[in-house]
Design a protein around this ligand. Structure first.
Ligand code: 5RP
Length: 229
C-alpha cells in the first residue's frame, strides 16, 4: 500500500469517532471519503446523504442506507468530506472530483463540517490548486472571459479521453481556474458566485470546516484542528 493510501486510511478511521449513532450523516466525495465509507460499513449510521453518483454507489455497494439530498429532513449533525486544499482558518478549495455543488448543499444542511485529508492538503493560502467553477454549458465562454479579464487562467475540464468537456452529475461544465491570489476567500466566493451562469464555485469559505482531521506522515498520526467559524 502506498504511503498516501495509508494516510487516507488512517484519517478515515479517525473520522469514525465523529459519527453519531442512530443518525443520518452527510458524506462527501473523493478517494479519502471512499476510504471513510469502507470504514463506516463496519459500524453504519442510520443513513448517509451522498454528494455524488459515485458516493451513492459506494454506499449502496457496502450496504449503507442511502438518503438523497432532496430528502434531507431538518439538520444533519455531521458532514464528513475531503478537500483539495485547506487553509489555517478552515477555508477550503473543493471540487477536484466535480461534486462541488452537492457537497456545498449538504454542507449547508449540516451543523459540523469535518474535513478529512492528508497533510499535503494543508496550505498557508488557497489557490495553488486550480479553483473549480461549475458552470452552465451555455455560459462557459462568458465565464472564461470574466476570468481572463481578471488576469486568471481558466481551463475547461475535459473528460478523461480529452475529446469532450467533462460533465458533472448536474450536466454542467467545470472551469478550473489557476493564477488566482486568494487574499479573502469569503469575498472571492461571493464575487464569483454572483456571475451569471455560475452554479457553484469550489471555494468553501461560507461552508468552511469546523474541524479538520489531518493525517501526518512519519508516524505523527492524525492531528485534530479546530476552527472558529
Ligand atoms: C470532490 C472533492 C474532494 O473532496 C476533493 O477533490 C478531495 O479528493 P481526494 O480525497 O480524492 O483527494 O471536493 O469534489
Amino acid at each position: 500500500m502506498s504511503k498516501l493510501q495509508e494516510l487516507k486510511e488512517q484519517v478515515a478511521q479517525a473520522a469514525l469517532e465523529y459519527v453519531p449513532t442512530n443518525r443520518v450523516i452527510g458524506v462527501g466525495s473523493g478517494s479519502t471519503v471512499e476510504c471513510f465509507i469502507h470504514a463506516l460499513a463496519k459500524r453504519p449510521p442510520l443513513g448517509a446523504v451522498a454528494t455524488s453518483h459515485r458516493t451513492a454507489q459506494c454506499l449502496l455497494d457496502l450496504g449503507i442506507r442511502l438518503i438523497h439530498v432532496e430528502d434531507i429532513v431538518g439538520r444533519l449533525e455531521v458532514y464528513i468530506d475531503g478537500a483539495d486544499e485547506i487553509d489555517p482558518k478552515g477555508n477550503m478549495v473543493k471540487g477536484g472530483g466535480g461534486a462541488l455543488t452537492q457537497e456545498k448543499l449538504v454542507a449547508a444542511h449540516s451543523d459540523q463540517f469535518i474535513c478529512i485529508a492528508d497533510e499535503s492538503k494543508m496550505v498557508p493560502k488557497l489557490g495553488k490548486f486550480p479553483i473549480p467553477i461549475e458552470v452552465l454549458p451555455k455560459a462557459h465562454r462568458f465565464i472564461m472571459q470574466q476570468c481572463i479579464d481578471r488576469g486568471w487562467c481558466p481551463k475547461l475540464r475535459m473528460d478523461p479521453l480529452g475529446s469532450t468537456p467533462f460533465s458533472t452529475d448536474n450536466g454542467m461544465y467545470i472551469m478550473d481556474v489557476s493564477g488566482i491570489s486568494v487574499d479573502c476567500p469569503q469575498s472571492l466566493e461571493a464575487e464569483i458566485s454572483a456571475w451569471v451562469g455560475v452554479l457553484t464555485v469550489g471555494l468553501f469559505a461560507r461552508q468552511s470546516a469546523h474541524i479538520a482531521l489531518i493525517a501526518h506522515a512519519q508516524g505523527q498520526g492524525v492531528k485534530t484542528y479546530l476552527f472558529e467559524t
